[in-house]
Design a protein around this ligand. Structure first.
Ligand code: SAJ
Length: 422
């Protein structure tokens, strides 16, 4: 292991922290990315993503010469694949989005060119069941001169394993070290080889299973969370109808020693929980009834919030017949997909703010303390600070439970609190 060279393919939210952890353990790491800007930035010791604790590790590792980045693949002893696996949402897949494995396939074909006997290939990208077997197939197609586990079992030249990432954005550097890892080798020897590599910095347990179970475990974790959030979101709608405070209800129910209900919100965002359950549904559409229904409940929650806003506008107008809808100011608090981060991708708060800006004829104030500029698709809104929003808005719509919003609540106007902090 002393002189092992590690290649990490895909330098995003998982790949770059993983590369940084190996490099900070004095391993020689080559990070590969298709984006030349990302590569250039990393080679300067800088980072292109926001993750606490990552910047100093990368800068240190680059300056010591342990970490470098490149666009073209180079020989190594261990290859990690941490590229995105989005879903396809075209007309042919309108009902059930399908996983898009093109990034994994092209990474596999590029790695194959530099592969040599004894190398280990570890897939970390969230993947539908069977992807590791496909990966092994793509590698062997390109390299008839090498042997692979699917044909030569323990005797193969190349070892292949699926080891899903399970770290929480915002806590990645700690969780990479402390979390247990699921290691799904195509053979036992593959699993053992992968564990030896991870043990460079992982202090959690490395638990061995087969590749298919490891793939399904990752999907199951996120689908389980999605179903639990859907239950909370459904409860919030029922409680609203029955005039019950859902947060009090959940807190009371959670006093039961075997009940642990999650929190409702304006919908589910991010690039994992709202995506990964579809990988199960697409492989088992008839059987994955609850998982599909949960996705639909969570996806529809933003629409329910928008209906609440429409009702609030109607009530404000009813209370003051001299007002027209263009006199009403609405403030949206929070855009990020979860508290205390600046990540707006796949955020239900953005979807809601966008719809409100589009439907409302006058001022929509947007308060998001973690950004300095509104994204282009929200350009009809005004980025505001919390004090101005508190004093000017007739309707206050709380969308994200950022710590900054917990310090005070508006004293006037209608409050729609999707997070239960006001
Ligand atoms: N949310 C709720 N109510 C809750 C908890 C979350 O509405 O009670 C919402 C959040 O506001 C957010 C969304 O769910 O919009 C997702 O946030 P999250 O904190 O649940 O999860 P992510 O997407 O940041 O990270 C998840 C994690 N998976 C699990 O906790 C099972 C993480 O460990 C995974 O590594 C990550 O997905 C991933 O990469 O797959």
């Amino acid at each position: 292991m002393q002189d092992t060279v590690i290649s990490v393919v895909g330098l995003g939210y998982i790949g770059l922290p993983t590369a940084a952890m190996f490099a900070s353990s004095d391993k020689r790491v080559i990070g590969i990315d298709i984006d030349q800007n990302v590569v250039d930035q990393i080679n300067l010791g800088e980072i292109h993503i926001v993750e606490p604790g990552l910047a100093s590790i990368v800068s240190n590792a680059v300056s010591k010469g342990y970490l470098s980045a490149a666009v073209t693949h180079q020989p190594a002893d261990v290859f990690f694949i941490a590229v995105p696996t989005p879903f396809l949402l075209d007309e042919a897949h309108i009902d059930i989005p399908q996983p898009d494995l093109r990034y994994i396939e092209s990474a596999a074909k590029a790695i194959a060119k530099v592969l040599k006997k004894g190398d280990i290939v570890i897939l970390e990208s969230t993947s539908p069941v069977g992807t590791t077997e496909k990966l092994a197939g793509w590698l062997s197609q390109e390299r008839a001169d090498l042997t692979f586990p699917q044909t030569h079992n323990e005797e193969s030249d190349i070892r292949i394993a699926y080891c899903p990432e399970r770290v929480l954005p915002g806590q990645i550097m700690r969780e990479l070290v402390e979390n247990d890892r699921i290691v799904g080798g195509l053979t036992n020897r593959c699993s053992k080889a992968a564990i030896k590599v991870y043990k460079t910095f992982v202090r959690g347990k490395c638990v061995v299973t087969n590749a298919r179970t490891a793939e399904m475990a990752k999907l199951t974790e996120n689908a389980s969370r999605d179903v639990s959030i859907a239950f909370a979101n459904e409860l919030s709608i029922i409680c609203d109808q029955l005039h019950i405070d859902v947060w009090e209800l959940i807190a009371l129910s959670n006093r039961h020693p075997r009940v642990n209900i999650l929190q409702p919100g304006p919908g589910v965002g991010g690039h994992c929980i709202a995506v990964d359950p579809w990988f199960i549904v697409s492989q088992s559409p008839i059987n994955a009834k609850l998982i599909k229904q949960a996705r639909s409940i969570n996806d529809q929650k933003p629409l329910w919030v928008i209906e609440k806003v429409k009702l609030a506008i109607a009530n404000v107008l009813l209370a003051d017949p001299l007002k027209s809808s263009s006199d009403i100011t609405i403030a949206c608090y929070g855009l990020a997909f979860k508290p205390n981060i600046d990540d707006l991708r796949e955020s239900p708060a953005v979807v809601i703010a966008k719809k409100i800006i589009a439907m409302h004829s006058t001022t929509v104030l947007v308060v998001e303390p973690n950004i300095v500029k509104l994204p282009l698709d929200l350009k009809g809104g005004l980025l505001s600070n919390i004090d101005i929003a508190f004093s000017k808005a007739d309707i206050h719509l709380l969308l994200v439970d950022h710590d900054a919003f917990k310090l005070a609540r508006p004293s006037d106007g209608v409050i729609i609190d999707t997070r239960g902090i006001w």
